[in-house]
Write a protein that binds this ligand. Structure first.
Ligand SMILES: *[C@@H]1O[C@H](CO)[C@@H](O)[C@H](O)[C@H]1NC(C)=O
Ligand SMILES: *[C@@H]1O[C@H](CO)[C@@H](O)[C@H](O)[C@H]1NC(C)=O
Ligand SMILES: *[C@@H]1O[C@H](CO)[C@@H](O)[C@H](O)[C@H]1NC(C)=O
Ligand SMILES: *[C@@H]1O[C@H](CO)[C@@H](O)[C@H](O)[C@H]1NC(C)=O
Ligand SMILES: *[C@@H]1O[C@H](CO)[C@@H](O)[C@H](O)[C@H]1NC(C)=O
Length: 947
């Protein structure tokens, strides 16, 4: 097959041969020696213009020579850049801003410098940092003064890998400009040409402190095209081009050869993605690279030969400068003038690219995604020009083979080896609004505080080649500044204000003052052993827990104990955790997986103390109910993009008939497809999500029956592995091939008893209130129709049916009606993103709105839970719970917080056998970045599982 475009270089246009006289050549040589080519040629064209020498000297000889000389210039700012008193991005009318009393993380000294003081922003740049004299301030009119009250201030966040504006939100057919499928190596394409100025994510990402994003083409091609780094704020011009930070002159052909060029950016991708799209192999992709680079190299050599002659004055038969618009950008890569961003994961692919850089002598700025880089540091160092930087996700992994060995410890392992690590969003893969959360997680798993902050601010600024103006707080730098409501590495850190080019971006920010505890970087647990194991086991360290060999385990130095009473009540037994280190930790006795007693019940305690007891100190930590994870294919998928590792999809009943062997009205049960000990399930278990509730994967309207299982079990027949075979019936009324009205008609039919076989029975159970109907739905309009349908069915049957909305981005718009209808809501994801038209009317939460959806729904007595969308996220459910509560700033009680991922999710999904596990957490709680899960107390298994 031939999907590749012709890679043959066009022949440069041959100019008419010209003669050079002997005398002229002599003069040329003499002057060249004396004053250099540029000065000489200018003089000569004037002297001889129009007469004999003009036959040999092209009329634009001076320009050609300066163009040739400029080929050797490296990109960067002009030498007087830092003398500027006004930004090139300054918008007239922007008022000067004086931020007083800030705790400023400047990014300098490896991210270790913190300056307490003031910050003065004038004409789009930082005028002064630290002590700002009254004299200086008085020189300016109309100064806005912001009292930061000691708050943390950082440079704006820089996302080095984003598709914002090209893979737009909401996703619409007319707004997908991420990948071109018209070739495999297309350095001539430009993300700027697809940059939609109407993406909802600009505003949202700014509200998370992101001020600059590098907009890359997608990874469907080996060479997907040129990337452009943009600032996210709206400009007065409202154009795509005006967003670009330091636009390379090539974007509109206004090349100016007398100054240094600006950095260009380009996307490369190896491995699976180009392979899949072009049904080729790694060998094909790599050949596409080599063929393209060879074309560029030949062109570069022609240019260099041309220029050698031109600058030596040998114009005879020289012709014109060899150029080719398709390949000029790749030639610039060979000239070291382009930052190459290489989507590349596995050792095999990294090795291919390292070889390629040495064959063609070019540098890769960063390997992106790069899940195996931490396993092959020596290979990285062999790359031409030194080891590239590494751009990573924190915990997003295992979605394809290439990501299977990804490790949460990669950032710390790589930085320990002296490599540069940046965290990135790949927006909208991760919502870049929360890019900071990637740095927080990397910090949690061992990346030092200074490097964690740098990983989303100054490191990416440096990797992109813009560290002369962004990523640092320094006089003369762009006035891109974030004032935070807590230390930025604390969970839920939110901007109080964001400045881009000195312009405040949040019109009416909502925030609350967070307690002192939040104003310091979290004290994170020690994961040294786990990090070593990641390497020792080649990326697949064993994740199983081990049962305590003792019948009795006594947890000591416990500062809070929450337990479950019955199905629906969370009880605080004691909680002195907020009292700090002065508090006295208590002991909790567990026998055969059941809590027996705790300090205060001394007799009981004494009766258990004997030499065969296992003692576990929680060092001031806590014991609380284990979580239930819902929303992903946990237990049905091992590697999302590898069919052979998954249960597979069930047919869309509205489209296809099931094979007759299934019988009429067969209903698929997730329980039949369960796989145990998937890595995501084991990671969930180790993070306190000990139960998963999972519905079958469906292509359309009718899902099937969900199952509740123990995420830590080795197989289905193990004790306690299945909590409940069938928990709820699932349908989706959202997008799909059938119309929404068809989907609702189908649901109505089923609820009125018109189904067949098992389907008929299951919907009868829904009508009778015996099993919940879980409807995946985002749109408030659809929810309204469903509420009406529920009323209709109930008035017909006279019984109360249990409906649960999952997804529910727009539920806040109907909070009152949902509450009155007695419908429950599982917010999935916990923090909404307007990914589709039907999910776009989100309640974003602080700082854009005072409330989040959870608090609004709680306010209307709705039973609210939170879910996750992908398996890898189950391990982060514990943090999502904490984060949701922080966003709700006090509107949700501690009990309600815990209920979000325990009792409420069970109730909404029909789990009648509650998850009675308790999680033992060292140092702090399950819900913040201080705690480490060390054990699961399991009455189901009659044991304590230690980690
Ligand atoms: C800065 O703010 C902190 C916290 O509000 C306050 O304690 C301190 O006195 C302030 N310092 C100055 C110089 O205003
Ligand atoms: C072309 O782009 C450069 C770089 O952004 C800009 O300075 C210049 O004004 C643009 N020229 C025109 C004619 O738009
Ligand atoms: C080219 O760049 C130089 C140095 O930056 C500047 O002084 C000059 O005005 C520019 N020329 C044009 C035509 O833009
Ligand atoms: C309990 O743990 C805290 C935090 O690690 C520690 O400061 C304290 O000394 C411990 N108390 C006892 C009695 O071990
Ligand atoms: C929620 O329930 C409480 C207690 O039953 C009741 O007092 C309150 O009015 C209800 N609120 C709403 C908005 O229905």
């Amino acid at each position: 097959m031939d999907k590749l475009p012709s890679h043959h270089c066009e022949q440069p246009r041959q100019a008419r041969p010209r003669k050079q006289t002997k005398a002229f050549r002599g003069l040329l040589a003499a002057v060249l020696l004396a004053v250099g080519p540029l000065a000489y040629l200018t003089a000569v064209t004037v002297d001889f213009g129009g007469r004999a020498p003009s036959q040999v000297l092209p009329i634009n000889a001076a320009e050609i020579v300066s163009k040739c000389e400029a080929l050797n210039l490296t990109p960067g700012p002009p030498s007087n850049f830092h003398e500027r008193t006004e930004s090139d991005r300054y918008e007239a009318g922007t008022k000067p801003v004086l931020i007083k009393n800030a705790t400023i993380w400047t990014g300098r000294s490896e991210g270790l410098e913190v300056v307490k003081g003031d910050l003065f922003l004038v004409k789009g740049i930082i005028k002064a940092v630290g002590k700002v004299s009254d004299e200086l301030v008085k020189k300016h009119k109309d100064v806005t003064v912001v009292d930061a009250g000691g708050a943390w201030v950082t440079p704006g966040i820089v996302d080095m890998h984003s598709h914002l504006g090209v893979d737009s939100a909401p996703a619409l057919r007319g707004a997908d400009d991420t990948n071109s499928l018209k070739g495999l190596a297309m350095p001539w394409l430009r993300s700027l040409d697809g940059l939609n100025t109407r993406d909802d994510a600009y505003r949202l990402s700014i509200s998370g402190g992101v001020t600059t994003s590098n907009i890359l083409p997608g990874s469907a091609d080996a060479i997907g095209g040129q990337a452009f780094t943009i600032k996210l704020r709206q400009t007065k011009e409202r154009s795509s081009s005006s967003l670009v930070l330091e636009p390379p002159f090539s974007i509109n052909g206004t090349e100016n050869y007398s100054g240094r060029p600006r950095w260009r950016q380009m996307k490369h991708a190896c491995g699976e993605n180009p392979m899949r799209v072009y049904s080729g192999t790694r060998m094909d992709t790599q050949w596409a690279f080599r063929e393209a680079y060879n074309t560029a190299r030949e062109l570069k050599e022609k240019q260099d030969q041309f220029c050698a002659k031109a600058t030596a004055g040998q114009w005879k038969n020289l012709g014109s400068f060899p150029e080719n618009l398709q390949w000029e950008a790749l030639v610039d890569v060979l000239r070291g003038r382009v930052k190459v961003h290489n989507h590349c994961y596995e050792a095999v692919d990294l090795d291919n690219m390292v070889r390629l850089t040495n064959e063609f002598k070019f540098k890769i700025a960063a390997f992106h995604h790069a899940h195996e880089t931490y396993l092959v540091p020596d290979l990285l160092k062999k790359a031409y020009g030194g080891a590239p930087a590494i751009a990573l996700f924190a915990t997003n992994g295992r979605y394809k083979r290439e990501a299977y060995r990804g490790s949460e410890f990669a950032p710390r392992i790589l930085t320990d080896l002296g490599l540069k690590v940046g965290m990135k969003s790949d927006h909208p893969v991760l919502n870049s609004r929360f890019l900071l959360n990637e740095a927080q997680q990397a910090h949690y798993y061992g990346l030092p505080t200074n490097l964690a902050l740098a990983s989303v601010i100054s490191t990416p600024a440096t990797i992109l080649g813009y560290d002369h103006r962004i990523g640092f707080v320094k006089p003369g730098y762009d006035a891109d500044i974030v004032i935070w409501d807590s230390h930025p590495l604390q969970i839920g850190a939110t901007p109080k204000q964001v400045f881009i080019d000195g312009i405040p971006q949040l019109e009416k920010p909502f925030f609350t003052d967070k307690p002192d505890f939040f104003q310091h970087a979290p004290e994170v647990p020690n994961f040294d052993e786990e990090a070593k194991d990641a390497i020792k086991y080649d990326g697949l360290p064993p994740l199983e827990t081990h049962k305590s060999k003792k019948d009795v385990v006594i947890f000591t130095n416990v500062t809070s104990l929450h337990i479950r009473v019955g199905s629906h009540i969370i009880k605080e037994v004691f909680d002195v955790s907020s009292a700090g280190t002065s508090s006295k930790g208590q002991s909790v006795v567990v026998k055969d997986g059941e809590v027996q007693c705790f300090s205060g019940q001394e007799e009981c305690l004494a009766s258990f103390v004997n030499p065969s007891v296992e003692w576990v100190s929680l060092e001031g930590g806590s014991i609380s109910p284990a979580l239930v994870s819902y929303g992903s294919f946990l237990g049905l998928h091992e590697i999302d993009q590898e069919k052979s590792t998954n249960d597979g999809k069930i047919n869309d009943l509205l489209k296809k008939e099931n094979p007759s062997i299934l019988g009429e009205g067969a209903l698929i049960r997730a329980a039949d497809g369960l796989e145990f000990a998937t890595r995501d399930a084991l990671l969930a278990y180790r993070a306190g999500a000990t139960v998963g509730i999972t519905a079958p994967e469906s292509n359309g309207f009718l899902g099937g029956l969900s199952v509740a299982f123990n995420t830590g079990s080795p197989h289905k027949l193990a004790k306690g592995a299945i909590l409940q075979d069938v928990t709820a019936i699932h349908v989706t009324v959202d997008s799909g091939d059938s119309s929404i009205s068809t989907q609702i008609a189908a649901l109505r039919n089923l609820l009125y008893g018109h189904g067949e076989g098992e389907i008929k029975q299951a919907f009868h159970d829904v009508v009778e209130g015996r099993i919940p109907l879980v409807i995946k739905v985002h749109s408030a309009d659809i929810m309204a129709s469903l509420i009406q349908l529920k009323e209709e069915v109930e008035s017909h049957s006279g019984k109360a049916a249990q409906f649960t909305f999952s997804g529910a981005n727009e539920a806040h718009l109907l909070a009152k009606e949902i509450g009155q209808a007695g419908v429950g809501v599982i917010l999935t994801p916990a923090r909404p993103f307007p990914g589709s038209w039907r999910s776009r009317r989100i309640l974003p939460g602080p700082p854009l709105s005072e409330n989040n959806a959870a608090s609004v729904l709680f306010g209307h007595n709705v039973t609210v839970a939170i879910g996750v969308e992908e398996q890898w996220q189950s391990r982060n459910l514990r943090f999502d719970v904490g984060w949701t509560a922080i966003e709700a700033h006090g509107a949700i009680s501690k009990g309600e917080t815990i209920a979000l991922a325990t009792t409420n999710v069970e109730k909404l999904l029909g789990l009648r056998t509650p998850n009675t596990d308790l999680v033992a957490v060292e140092r702090t709680s399950l819900y913040d970045f201080g705690g480490k899960v060390v054990g699961v107390i399991s009455p189901r298994e009659g044991a304590v599982n230690l980690i």
